[in-house]
Write a protein that binds this ligand. Structure first.
Ligand code: GRF
Length: 218
């Protein structure tokens, strides 16, 4: 049995996705271990939830720092101390900076309440309602320097009902998130989903593939 995937979970808010991860790990549905929970604000209710479950917590609040670069460096330092295999942004409402992206390149994942690339950024469920789409959902993706632009790992769709406002749709999407995020973490933990550089492009058919993989010896 491989070792559990070590997670650092970054939060800003309620922490229902953190709760879903904790539940899935306890139930044996997600082969991971949460090494620590880090928030960008001391009042994040997710911190209390983490403490109730005996998880180490820390706060790296942006307003304690002169600028974004200093905050990003401090956050990176704190998360590095947890030595995670994967960093999970579970409702972390700030863009991570270049220090985080370099330190954990390709190993930061985020859950977003829309079917990306539709409705990136803030208030995605409200955006979906205003756009009058009939399907929305959630996405788990690898984080890059853009706003919700990184490679998509998995998605789950939910219907948008005519009576929905943003809050009602978000509640339905969150139910899907609570299944999707632990499932993706488990897929990484078990090796069925490999994070890392995108696969190399081998070439186009009808060229014979073996000659592309290993060039013919002359
Ligand atoms: C989730 O809907 C997630 O998609 C978004 O922020 C929300 C966090 O919710 N990025 P919670 O704090 O996990 O309850």
């Amino acid at each position: 049995m491989v070792a559990p995937l070590k997670l650092a979970v970054l939060v800003s808010g309620r922490g229902s996705n953190l709760a879903a991860l904790i539940r899935a790990i306890a139930d044996g549905r997600c082969h991971a271990r949460i090494e620590g929970v880090v928030a960008d604000r001391p009042s994040a209710p997710a911190l209390e939830l983490a403490r109730e479950h005996g998880l180490p917590t820390d706060v790296v609040a942006a307003k304690q720092f002169n600028d974004r670069t200093a905050w990003d460096a401090a956050l990176t330092d704190r998360v590095k101390q947890l030595a995670p295999d994967v960093v999970v942004l579970a409702g972390f409402m700030r863009l991570v900076g270049s220090a985080m992206l370099e330190q954990f390149a390709g190993r930061i994942i985020n859950v977003h309440p829309a079917l990306l690339p539709a409705f990136p950024g803030l208030d995605a469920p409200a955006q979906a309602v205003h756009a009058r789409v009939c399907i929305s959902g959630c996405t788990v993706h690898v984080v890059d320097a853009g706003v919700d632009t990184g490679p998509v790992l998995a998605q789950a769709a939910v219907p948008v009902l005519p009576s929905d406002d943003g809050a009602a749709l978000h509640a339905r999407i969150q139910q899907a998130e609570h299944a999707l995020l632990p499932a993706v973490v488990h897929a990484i933990a078990s090796g069925s989903l490999v994070l890392g550089p995108p696969p190399r492009f081998l070439g186009s058919f009808p060229q014979p593939l073996p000659s592309l993989v290993s060039p013919p010896v002359s």
